[in-house]
Design a protein around this ligand. Sequence first.
Ligand code: SAH
Length: 224
Amino acid sequence: MKKYEDEYRHKGLRRKLIASLQKKGISDQRLLEAMNRIPRHFFMDLAFDQIAYEDRAFPIGEGQTISQPYTVAYQTQLLDVKPFDKVLEIGTGSAYQSVVLAELGARVYTIERQKKLFDSNKHFNFLKKYPGIKFFYGDGFEGLPTFAPFDKVLITAAAPLIPPKLVEQLKTGGVMVLPVDENHGQRMMRITKLEDGSLKEERFDAFSFVPMLEGKTNGNENHT
Ligand code: SAH
């Protein structure tokens, strides 16, 4: 069993990390405060305790990663989460991003396609503090039609295209933030669903995510 405490040392490192995010251009104060409340080291193996507050991605098993804090902050800032927003997240992974959304007051529906990652979150006691997060094992390309429509959709893996079913499950006026594959790397995009059903597309910086894959799996796939 992992044993975690949030010590002064962690809190100090976390404040430094948040200050560095601010320097890199993250300006949403509510978001910065939310991230400052969340012990990121809880979401990683104890082996990473010393380096959990570096601004970088870390492996979480099954060939997947917990996203870099800057990337989490960047996507969340673009999503502009309001309290009580109903948010669909694709790619639960470590659940760190889900908790950031919950700290901002969102009602979170998060889907993971890897059974082992989904199962490990069931035993992750810290998540009991967040009854507003609902966890699903499934294929993010399908979304959650039963719970649609959503105010916001956040994809935390690189999508080959804008998933049509997720556009359908977005409210009018709703916003989707996702990294989309391009010829060389991935581009962060923000999609807004307009009154007439058409999409406004905005393009932002380049990023590097693990791929969004079709179907769900029990096995081990490695992507480097
Ligand atoms: N939000 C995560 C980032 C995890 S990395 C965090 O904060 O830690 C991306 C995750 O997306 C991986 O766990 C991967 O298994 C998952 N994923 C990839 N394709 C998916 C799909 N089609 N549906 C659901 N999850 C998917």
